[in-house]
Design a binder for this molecule. Structure first.
Ligand SMILES: [Mg+2]
Length: 144
């Protein structure tokens, strides 16, 4: 093999190796109530360093208050989407191509397809800190 051919081959291998580590930045989705307000430092750091788009998907109707709350918690986001039903969050997650979604209510998450990552944030609404047990309904949980 000629020296120029070897150099070209090495360059091709290098480019192929580099492409293994460069994937499109995935989109992140977060809830506000019971999530951002439950762990504000975590979500500030997560959203400020997330390489892809950040969607805030909230079961709220007051957009101005949502914008103000996100500013107060210093949350970086690209889009704020307000929904008016439990199932609407799962639809938004699929339609917007959100890979990872944080929420505190299993009701919001049960219809999210298995190919999406779901992170359940613990708070007093879904966890009994005195009994140290998760709380769920027959609609969202199954006792093993
Ligand atoms: Mg919530």
């Amino acid at each position: 093999m000629k020296r120029e051919d070897r150099k070209a081959r090495i360059s091709q291998v290098g480019e192929a190796m580099a492409s293994l580590f460069s994937c499109p930045a995935p989109s992140l989705g977060i809830d506000i109530d019971g999530c951002v307000d439950e762990a504000p430092i975590f979500f500030k750091l997560l959203t400020s360093h997330w390489p892809g788009k950040v969607f805030v998907v909230s079961y709220r109707s007051d957009r101005e208050k949502a914008v103000a709350d996100l500013a107060r918690y210093d949350i970086r986001y690209d889009e704020l989407i307000l929904v008016d039903s439990f199932d609407a969050k799962a639809k938004v997650i699929v339609e917007e191509g959100i890979l990872v979604f944080f929420d505190d209510q299993p009701e919001m998450l049960k219809n999210v397809p298995s190919m999406r990552n779901v992170m359940l944030v613990r708070n007093e609404g879904n966890f009994d800190f005195e009994d140290k047990k998760w709380m769920f309904s027959n609609e969202t949980g199954k006792l093993l």
